[in-house]
Design a protein around this ligand. Structure first.
Ligand SMILES: Cc1cc2nc3c(=O)[nH]c(=O)nc-3n(C[C@H](O)[C@H](O)[C@H](O)COP(=O)(O)OP(=O)(O)OC[C@H]3O[C@@H](n4cnc5c(N)ncnc54)[C@H](O)[C@@H]3O)c2cc1C
Length: 297
């Protein structure tokens, strides 16, 4: 097998690197190869390499919306968090894929630009937020993104406007074209710094009051089923506190599964399965995971 550290001496690459060191759940087995590109050119070099060598490729941002199975990930995994520049031009904020959504909201606030307040506490990266159409408190990424630059699997770089991103509930076209988001442009409106800050502070307080932010988790595990709230169904099924190994349905927010004691991805998957079975048996509702589950058993 080729040694990627020798192929790309200028890129920080690790072999058999445990992904539990990077995921928000603190679970997940090793990536065969884990790369931290620092420029678009480096991302492109890696993508060209895996295409030519028919190697599996996985792209991660802040790893706040996924469960990596305990067997780890085949081939090359790329973490984009070193591609994290945020620039402002008039009423537009342009953020690279690895920039944190939270930092991006702070930059918008400090330039008195309104529209991104809803994302003040979403712990993902910009790439992950576009990929997932992340949203909270009535706001969604799709309402503010007007352009995203995407590296497609064939090596071409293409701009997608809002329509081309085909946003839906926790969906964007990047999930279908298997591209890598390189950056996104947010078109905002001039606002008042103090009002923007007050709104962000309020949303963060509401989040801290409701969510178990002191424990590792991956946010809301399940999508909102039509006509229901996943958290309420789980609460009403008496599942809060249900524990398998080190993973537990949060006693603070029923939609979250927290890692209370060295839980593994298998523990998480067992809890997810139990919740799905119980809610189906009690209420006849299928809970679909919002969190992405990837990797080998
Ligand atoms: C405490 C907590 C609270 C949360 N609150 C919210 C919330 O209020 N609203 C909400 O929507 N989400 C929430 N989340 C979930 C998560 O933060 C979002 O889904 C976020 O958008 C994921 O971004 P990420 O960078 O962490 O993506 P990752 O978890 O790294 O990846 C998620 C998916 O996106 C893909 N991906 C990542 N980057 C790229 C890229 N550059 N190009 C192409 N694909 C990419 C990955 O391959 C993967 O399939 C929360 C999570 C936690 C832990």
């Amino acid at each position: 097998m080729a040694n990627l550290m020798n192929e790309f001496p200028e890129i920080d690459i690790k072999q058999d690197e445990p992904l539990m060191n990077y995921t928000y759940t603190h679970t997940g087995g090793p990536a065969d190869w884990l790369a931290f590109p620092e420029s678009v050119d480096q991302v492109k070099q890696l993508v060209d390499y895996v295409r030519e060598h028919e190697m599996p490729l996985t792209v991660l941002g802040n790893a706040s919306n996924l469960i990596v199975r305990d067997g780890g990930i085949d081939g090359l995994t790329i973490i984009l968090t070193r591609l994290n520049k945020i620039t402002v031009k008039d009423n537009q904020v342009i953020a690279q894929a690895g920039a944190s959504y939270i930092d991006t909201t702070i930059v918008a606030r400090d330039h008195s630009l309104t529209g991104l307040e809803f994302a003040a506490g979403i712990p993902g990266s910009i790439g992950g937020a576009v990929f997932m159409n992340a949203g909270a408190y009535g706001g969604e990424t799709q309402f503010v993104v007007t352009d995203a630059t995407v590296l497609l699997p064939d090596g071409t770089i293409k701009h997608f406007d809002n329509q081309g991103l085909d946003f839906g509930y926790r969906h964007s076209s990047v999930q279908d074209n298997h591209g890598i988001v390189l950056d996104a442009t947010f078109t905002l409106k001039p606002g008042k710094h103090d009002e923007i800050k007050a709104k962000m502070d309020d949303l963060n307080e509401r989040r801290a009051a409701k969510q178990p932010l002191d424990l590792p988790s991956c946010g809301s595990v399940f999508k909102r089923p039509k006509g229901y709230f996943a958290g309420k169904l789980i609460h009403d099924a008496g599942l809060q506190g249900y524990t398998h190994g080190g993973a537990q349905v949060s006693t603070k927010h029923a939609g979250f599964i927290v890692n209370i004691d060295h839980g593994t991805a298998n523990d998480y998957l067992a809890v997810i399965h139990h919740v799905q079975e119980t809610v189906k048996a009690k209420f006849g509702v299928d809970l679909e995971t919002e969190v992405r589950i990837i990797g080998r058993d």
